[in-house]
Design a protein around this ligand. Sequence first.
Ligand code: COI
Length: 357
Amino acid sequence: MANIDTLPINITRANKSNLSQVDLSNIPFGRVFTDHMLVADYKDGEWVSASIKPFGRLDMHPAMSALHYGQSIFEGLKAYKNQKGEPVLFRPYDNFERFNKSAERMCMATVPESIWMDGLMKLIEIDQAWIPTSQGSSLYIRPFMFATDEYVGIKPADNFRFVIFCSPVGAYYPEPISVKIEETFVRAAQGGIGAAKAAGNYGASLYPNKLAVEEGYRQLIWTDAKEHKYIEESGTMNVFFVINNEIITPSVERDTILKGITRKSVIQLSKDIGYLISERAVTVQEVVDAARNGNLQDAFGAGTAATIAHISAIGFRNERFELAPVSERTISNNILNKLDSIRLGKEADPYGWVVKV
Ligand code: COI
């Protein structure tokens, strides 16, 4: 049996880098991958192997349980280069912690820090030349884990594979997004898996989102499963509104909303800038009323991939409310600038969010 504290991470380097074929100043989101990935395997109660190897395909058994029953979780975090050109990660320990919480909720093995964090650091060190530095770009990192039991019965799996790959990215939403308040479909119900970063949450959102796109919207704003009275989150992000100079965002006490790391950062920065910000139940009614009477000063999503995504319009039933131009949104623009400056080392990080590789 391998001891997880001493399990070595074997490293096999790619013979040749693909970096020269990529224009890092002009990259789409999520379609370009770096030279290496980390792969670790858990078998019958133990992490048995961990390696960094050339990026490539993973083979799978047709009965692999993740494909059938959805024991599959992921994270998203980003690496940047600071002003000295050194690679840094933004709040990686928060992702590590949330990942293992998702694992517990999905009845999966947890991943030890010696694999998750040490493997991540080593991977970024090896592929650091792939971190783009143009405005709005970063290296998006995708840790994920899935059940690998070769068994058709349904039970918590005994075998898992943990993988981290990286992708240099530009903006997730190159333009401000229009969102529709959803009152028929739900993302998560209380007691469900809304707080876990489980693959199924995203798969289930595709159909309602497709209908919203057909109606001319880019994304949805999810409401609570019981009454569709409260705002939960938006598409792949947490959501914030500014009404009468107060920033409001749904509280995450209930287990239906993902506890976003960008969300936490936005709340902290808002408080420290001196904005009035409240985490509380946010009703559809108050947002729609504010939009209708011109008091909705700002609305934005916050997530790792998107960072801050300005909302250009909100749809509710048969009404569509256009919001102020992004250039006039002082609050979200200030928060975004502050976040960027800290991540890129342009200003001091009093929070310990930025971790050097
Ligand atoms: C992220 O922000 O990292 C996400 O999980 C969104 C993803 C679906 C691209």
